[in-house]
Design a protein. Structure first.
Length: 271
């Protein structure tokens, strides 16, 4: 994140209505959101600090802190200890945990652009983890595709995909920098119809941090996925490390059969 060095702009001084049924912290929160839009502030721009907001609106630090805490939880602002309060980079919602949609299609559907640095595209022997995931013997030849994925020119995820050789060979001569792997496979009649996907938290290593543009130790979300074709054959296995400060993964939960109710859960703090 590029931190602003210019003085923070003043939030429009509209009096807080102490008689209104709307809590004061909620009124202040709304003022801040409106002024971020009114002033055309961008991610990384500095906002007024707690003391300045207290003076400007004549409210207690408790009110200010409650407003800022909710804005931070909602991803509108981010607070950096010793530096100040800034307009946050908006997190991109992704449904990659519960659907077979790839990152390319997911971002394109929102009008964004995915570009990949292809770090590795080659045939290699499957290690034990890959062999187990793809249901093949260790040492069997697979196609390995390692990509550093960028969303709108910002590092987003580091993904390594493994394909059985009789499937993966069709992409060995493809330029995958600005193409969807799934789209290329589909042109050859290869599609995943079912998948098993897991998500877990991890801390970035020095190598992962350098690739993704985050400090070592920062939170990442790790996706592991096996895709199956219409014959129930494993056709793809990937491991993807997503930046936790740029993505949030959405989980959709449905009630068990016979229960007409449905539920949706948005899990923030991931991709």
């Amino acid at each position: 994140m590029t931190l602003a060095t210019d003085p923070a702009p003043a939030i429009e001084s509209t009096d807080i209505d102490r008689q209104a049924p709307t809590p004061m912290y909620h009124q202040l929160k709304r003022r801040i959101i409106e002024d971020i839009a009114r002033l055309g502030l961008r991610p990384g721009d500095l906002l007024p600090g707690e003391h300045r907001l207290c003076e400007q609106f004549g409210v207690s630090r408790t009110v200010v802190r409650q407003a800022l805490s909710q804005l931070e939880h909602q991803g509108v602002i981010e607070r950096v200890k010793g530096k100040g309060t800034f307009v946050a980079h908006q997190k991109t919602p992704e449904s990659l945990v519960h659907t077979l949609t790839g990152l390319f299609q997911e971002v394109a559907a929102r009008g964004g652009h995915v570009h990949s640095d292809v770090r590795r595209l080659e045939v290699a022997p499957a290690d034990d983890e890959v062999a187990d995931a793809l249901g093949i013997a260790p040492g069997t030849a697979v196609v390995v595709l390692e990509r550093l994925r960028h969303v709108d020119d910002e590092p987003w995820s580091w993904t390594t995909t493994y394909l059985p050789h009789d499937i993966g060979h069709v992409v060995l001569d493809e330029d995958l920098r600005d193409q969807s792997l799934y789209a290329i496979l589909a042109t050859h009649g290869i599609r995943a119809v079912r998948g098993v996907r897991s998500a877990e938290a991890a801390s970035a290593t020095a190598e992962q941090g350098a690739l993704l543009g985050v400090p070592a130790g920062q939170a990442l979300l790790v996706l592991r996925s096996v895709g199956f074709d219409e014959n129930e054959r494993p056709m793809e296995f990937f491991v993807a490390y997503h930046r936790g400060d740029r993505s949030r993964f959405e989980f959709q939960l449905n009630a068990t059969p016979g229960d007409s109710s449905t539920a949706a859960l948005r899990h923030t703090g991931a991709n």
